[in-house]
Write a protein that binds this ligand. Structure first.
Ligand SMILES: NC(=O)c1ccc[n+]([C@@H]2O[C@H](COP(=O)([O-])OP(=O)(O)OC[C@H]3O[C@@H](n4cnc5c(N)ncnc54)[C@H](O)[C@@H]3O)[C@@H](O)[C@H]2O)c1
Length: 362
């Protein structure tokens, strides 16, 4: 078991990583002060894990109701949000009650958003079940949904009361899904830890074979990296922006693919784009791009934009919420473990990065 605290003054909360459900009980009883708990989950996770969790929470003395929505990014929309609001009203959920997000990043983001707005805010707990959600999205309080096919453009900052992470959930993930988590792990490595990057390189196969200690270590280290960044800039006015490494192009590609690419796959392309941009700007150390591309392609993550209409991707990038009047902010790699925020006003340069991504040959 590992645990630590995300230090955010009155919004401070614990992250507990354990494969023994009982390790969560004490903190959970402290966090959930009302009688009722609403579990929000999706159609796949509910089949696998919902019953166990309902029994566990009932044994702790709570009245538990569950809301299940269709799995996948295409459910991360206003319709699902409305469905959950109606369910909360039907079940007479009060301010002191708690919501638990049992699922991946989609469930976590949408549940957190509903919790942040229902009755002007009720408590919620993250119980992430994908690698991506365990190493990234469950920590930091960014919650929201997609609107008009634009990623995460409606949302708020709302911290959970606690994060309960059981690495055992990862056993039932597909390889494609694990890759989504590996990409976010790589984002953390590339922005802040060369050492962790080397560790991932050395242990990549252990991640797929579900090596318990290695996964627990990786989840812990990644939550720490994310938490440290979030604690230094909770509301994304400065340093937190570096977490968007690979996401400026990634979010655009994800939307243009109409979500046929996963978030992680799209960010994988975005990471390569960030390295191409860094090289074009003369900022990225020689040889770093190749190291990263070699890792991404060795685990079959996409590294180019073949088949995409780059004009459409380009237009989508211009829509990006990180787009400023005078340019677009990119997180540019300097070397593995170091990045800088760069405002790019030369639109031809951005277009040329997309052209290179489209023409990649390796
Ligand atoms: N809030 C943040 O800071 C933040 C950060 C990164 C990503 N995100 C968001 O996270 C989302 C992507 O998250 P995701 O990849 O977890 O997607 P997801 O929630 O759609 O989960 C992916 C798939 O895995 C299934 N699944 C979940 N847990 C499982 C398990 N244990 N076993 C088997 N199948 C399981 C789900 O049903 C789904 O089909 C995107 O919407 C992205 O925008 C948010």
């Amino acid at each position: 078991m590992h645990s630590f605290t995300v230090e955010l003054k009155e919004r401070t909360y614990p992250i507990i990583i354990s494969d023994d459900i009982n390790d969560f009980s004490e903190a959970l009883l402290r966090s959930c002060v009302g009688k009722k708990i609403v579990i929000v989950t999706d159609s796949i996770v509910s089949e696998l894990y919902l019953q166990n969790w309902v029994e566990y929470l009932v044994n702790l003395g709570y009245i538990v109701v569950s809301y299940i929505f269709e799995q996948g990014e295409s459910s991360k929309n206003l319709k699902t949000v409305e469905g959950i609001y109606s369910f909360l009203i039907e079940n007479k959920i009060q301010r002191q009650d708690t919501m638990i997000a049992l699922g991946g990043g989609v469930v976590g983001d949408i549940t957190g958003f509903v919790a942040s707005t229902y009755l002007r805010g009720i408590s919620f707990i993250q119980c992430p079940t994908t690698l991506l959600a365990q190493v990234d999205s469950s920590v930091g309080g960014k919650v929201g949904f997609n609107f008009c096919n634009i990623k995460n453009n409606i949302g708020s900052f709302y911290q959970p009361k606690m994060v309960m992470i059981n690495p055992d959930f990862l056993k039932s993930l597909t390889r494609r899904n694990i890759n989504g988590g590996i990409v976010e792990i790589l984002v953390h490595c590339l922005i802040s830890s060369e050492h962790l990057f080397e560790y991932v390189l050395d242990h990549i196969q252990d991640i797929y074979s579900n090596h318990h200690d290695i996964l627990e270590y990786l989840v812990y280290e990644n939550c720490k990296i994310k938490s440290d960044i979030v604690c230094s800039d909770e509301f994304d006015y400065g340093k937190r922006a570096i977490l968007n490494f690979g996401h400026t192009i990634g979010h655009a590609v994800e939307a243009v693919s109409e979500f046929s690419l996963t978030h992680g796959e799209a960010v994988s392309i975005g990471i390569v784009g960030a390295f191409i941009l860094g090289e074009k700007l003369g900022l990225t150390k020689n040889g770093e791009k190749e190291k990263v591309i070699s890792l991404l392609s060795s685990i079959s993550l996409p590294i180019d934009l073949k088949g995409f209409d780059i004009d459409t991707v380009y237009e989508r990038i211009l829509y990006d919420k990180k787009s400023h009047g005078e340019g677009i902010e990119f997180i540019v790699p300097i070397s593995i473990g170091h990045v800088e925020r760069i405002l790019v006003s030369n639109k031809e340069l951005i277009y040329s990065v997309l052209t290179d991504l489209s023409n990649r040959t390796e």
